[in-house]
Ligand binder design. Structure first.
Ligand SMILES: CC(C)(COP(=O)(O)OP(=O)(O)OC[C@H]1O[C@@H](n2cnc3c(N)ncnc32)[C@H](O)[C@@H]1OP(=O)(O)O)[C@@H](O)C(=O)NCCC(=O)NCCS
Length: 215
């Protein structure tokens, strides 16, 4: 694998070519590896925290990247700036399914609308399918039109509206993509209608943060 040098998130000044003039073939999509932490983690945090209403601590990033780095994909510009990122996990869910979860997805603003996030989500779906996932879920703000459009175009459906899901009081939709026939029927009634804490979503990450901070 080529050495990509230091990764600067959305470092617009270092781009020799304006983002809109870039060809898709100029972009690189690579898988995260533990050996790349020093090179990419600061850029990953910066890119994701830019658009988040509730920034995550370093522990949250490490929680995902240490265990499921192979389900994290990055898009790089020709000058090796990090311009897109997807972070996921995959584990057995209490409903009995093997559940993938898309925890974070972001494209640097000058590069949006050219299919980068779609490509990253496709790579994550393929990787989780190859690892025998039954389904993939995520949450997104009900007002996030770009995100809803992107996921629904890829086959995700709205399974639930989560009232006041985010710390800022905003609601979320839980979206789900069934990868195997019959998965929807596996879900026991009490799980689907139960509390969302403990469901493995980003709301639970606040507890990862608290546990690490007070350890
Ligand atoms: C959501 C996000 C990741 C999309 O990244 P992207 O690389 O621009 O995505 P793509 O180009 O692959 O596709 C985006 C789709 O949304 C559409 N879209 C983009 N901006 C839009 C907007 N403001 N309103 C409506 N649709 C929009 C695009 O047209 C495209 O759909 P189409 O192919 O049917 O035209 C990006 O906007 C982002 O980083 N947002 C901030 C972080 C975020 O919200 N993450 C998702 C949280 S789960």
């Amino acid at each position: 694998m080529a050495d990509h040098g230091d990764a600067n998130p959305e470092n617009e000044t270092s781009e020799a070519v304006a983002p809109k003039a870039l060809q898709d073939s100029d972009l690189q999509y690579i898988q995260y590896e533990a050996s790349k932490e020093e090179q990419y983690l600061p850029a990953i945090r910066q890119l994701i925290s830019k658009d988040l209403s509730e920034p995550y601590s370093i522990y949250v990033y490490r929680y995902f990247l240490y265990q499921w780095g192979d389900l994290c994909y990055m898009a790089l510009s020709p000058s090796n700036d990090l311009i897109g990122i997807i972070v996921c996990k995959l584990e057995p869910h209490r409903s009995g399914t093997y559940r993938g979860y898309i925890a974070m997805l972001a494209t640097a603003s000058p590069y949006r609308g050219r299919g980068i996030a779609t490509q990253l989500v496709r790579q994550a779906i393929d990787a989780m399918t190859a690892r025998d996932a039954d389904e993939i879920v995520l949450e997104t703000e009900v007002s996030n039109t770009a995100s809803l459009k992107l996921y629904e175009r890829l086959g995700f459906i709205r399974s639930k509206r989560l009232h006041r899901y985010y710390l800022n009081g905003n609601a979320a939709f839980r979206l789900i993509l069934y990868l195997k026939e019959g998965t929807a029927l596996k879900r026991p009634e009490h799980v689907e209608h139960g509390a969302d804490m403990g469901a493995g979503g980003m709301q639970d990450m606040r507890r990862v943060d608290e546990a690490e901070m007070y350890a």
